[in-house]
Ligand binder design. Structure first.
Ligand code: PMP
Length: 354
């Protein structure tokens, strides 16, 4: 830290992204990326857009909003586009939280919620998950706080039903409830269809997982037009050109090829069921997952040792050294070949372990 760094940030613990080592080629199952390349339509549109990079991108993101609205059954005014969904989460902390309206989120969830709360100086409450790692909806009723819930949750993969989400919305009429649907395309039911009925609902999604555009950094939010206007006010006060033109074009291309996305999600879900079954046969405890990852605990419950042993064998998974998490590893679902390599390596490690 330099002697010039603002006191405001002196005690900040930034988010730690999943490692991206370059020392050797790994089978990367640690950051929930898609194992498939972007749709050819996304690449084609991105290449065409790159020819006009001398121009600023459209700060209103109109063409992308129109396409997203059409694909999601909402109006363009109900859509916000961002530089990854991390950015819209950050904007939501700025827009809907303050001294009188702190934040609430599960104690085990996406690590960035806590970082954004600390960075923006917002008080926050972390609500413990139940014994089985699920969210108890009643714990989120009438909190007087802005609520952040990942659905499916990360890193557990567990899903709330739309009926549960509706009850949380109904019991917080004076507060925003943000549902982070980064992983919704892998078997969950989206809350986007509720945005006309609940003016306190904001749903965020991303192109990083099901649409194979993690490096493009494209996210979005759906909500009541007034909520979206608030996000626009924040965005136009920070970075009007937040989504670059190549990414915007790639996003439109990906949406023109929803068949490709659906097919890939189908393969991931098949591979998820296959991998979960094989891990269970080896004695793992595997939480039921609706995401493109599995949260799995090896026999003996030492996630850290398994993580290290897999890394030595060239396979990266994610390990969280924290209470209630260190018994597990989080494994991104990749191709069948990648999963077979993971299963083979895991089986060897279990055999080698006394
Ligand atoms: N929400 C959750 C629950 C996530 O796991 C992630 C991925 N790290 C994000 C949001 C952010 O994804 P992105 O910024 O790539 O859209």
């Amino acid at each position: 830290m330099s002697r010039f760094f603002s006191n405001k940030y002196a005690h900040l613990t930034p988010y730690t992204p999943g490692e991206q080592p370059r020392d050797r080629r790994y089978i990367k199952l640690n950051t929930n990326e898609s194992p498939f390349p972007p749709s050819p339509k996304a690449l084609e549109r991105a290449a065409a857009a790159a020819e006009n990079l001398q121009l600023y991108s459209d700060p209103t993101a109109l063409a992308l909003k129109q396409k997203l609205a059409q694909c999601s059954g909402v109006q363009p005014e109900q859509v916000f586009c961002s530089n990854g969904s991390d950015e819209v989460l950050y904007f939501a902390f700025l827009a809907y939280c303050d001294k009188n309206t702190p934040a609430a989120f599960p104690d085990i969830s996406y690590g960035f919620y806590k970082v954004f709360a600390q960075f923006t100086g917002i008080d926050y409450t972390m609500i413990p998950l139940q014994e089985d790692y699920s969210i108890r909806e009643e714990d989120y009723f009438s909190l007087g706080k802005t609520i952040f819930i990942a659905n499916p949750n990360a890193p557990t993969g567990k899903l709330l039903t739309l009926a549960q989400i509706e009850r949380i919305l109904q019991n917080n009429p004076s507060n925003v409830v943000l549902i982070d649907e980064a992983y919704i395309d892998f078997g969950g039911e989206s809350a986007v269809k509720l945005v006309d009925r609940y003016d306190n609902l904001l749903v965020t999604q991303t192109f990083s997982k099901s649409r194979s555009l993690a490096g493009g950094r494209l996210g979005m939010a759906f909500g009541n037009a007034k909520l979206i206007q608030d996000l626009e006010t924040v965005k136009f006060s920070i970075n009007p050109y937040n989504v670059n033109s190549v990414t915007m074009a790639a996003g439109i291309g990906a949406l023109e090829d929803e068949e490709y996305t659906r097919k890939n999600c189908g393969i991931i879900m098949e591979n998820r069921a296959y991998t979960a079954k094989k891990l269970e046969e080896m004695g793992f405890t595997v939480l039921p997952s609706f995401a493109n990852f599995l949260f799995a605990s090896p026999p003996g419950g030492d996630g850290g040792s398994l993580y290290k042993a897999l890394k030595d064998k060239g396979i990266l998974v994610r390990y969280f050294d924290a209470t209630r998490l260190r018994e597990f590893v989080r494994i991104t679902i990749g191709t069948r070949q990648q999963m077979d390599a993971l299963l083979e390596a895991t089986s060897q490690i279990l055999e080698e372990t006394p």
